[in-house]
Design a protein around this ligand. Structure first.
Ligand code: ACD
Length: 134
């Protein structure tokens, strides 16, 4: 069940995101924007079970629509074209992206009313914290 992820979340903290973007191969100018941006994450589910996850900011808004365990094509905020599959593992929502023979995973979990997104690429981990918007 993705129910606990549903809602509008506001980013309040970000750690090591610059290193994560470097590991992805994101160039300097885009990293500057990425480091400055505090996106909102909006998650909803329709009555067919299709999940919509939107990352909104003044710089860029991206949206993915998915069913769990079914791969789809994604264009990321830094413009990678990835094959992505979303799954649930022990209450964590996993987003596995593959492109050019590389792979990264974003693990999201809700604990103490906060949504924690761990962005992992090799040894590099960025941790981004979101809270429900009032
Ligand atoms: C999260 C983290 C998801 C981050 C995944 C990929 C983004 C990588 C680089 C983005 C860099 C710049 C794009 C410019 C602005 C948009 C910034 C929003 C970043 C999600 O879910 O928190």
């Amino acid at each position: 069940m993705v129910d606990k992820f549903v809602g509008t979340w506001k980013m309040i903290n970000s750690e090591n995101f610059d290193e994560y973007m470097k590991a992805l191969g994101v160039g300097f100018a885009t990293r500057q924007v990425g480091n400055r941006t505090k996106p909102n994450l909006v998650v909803s589910v329709d009555d067919q079970g299709l999940v919509c996850m939107k990352s909104q900011s003044t710089f860029k808004t991206t949206e993915i629509k998915f069913k769990l365990n079914e791969s789809f094509e994604e264009t990321t905020a830094d413009d990678r074209k990835t094959t992505t599959v979303m799954s649930l593992d022990n209450g964590k929502l996993l987003q596995k992206q593959t492109w050019d023979g590389k792979e990264t995973t974003i693990e999201r979990e809700v604990t103490d009313g906060k949504l924690i997104a761990k962005c992992k690429m090799g040894d590099v981990v960025a941790v981004r914290t979101y809270v429900k918007e009032a």
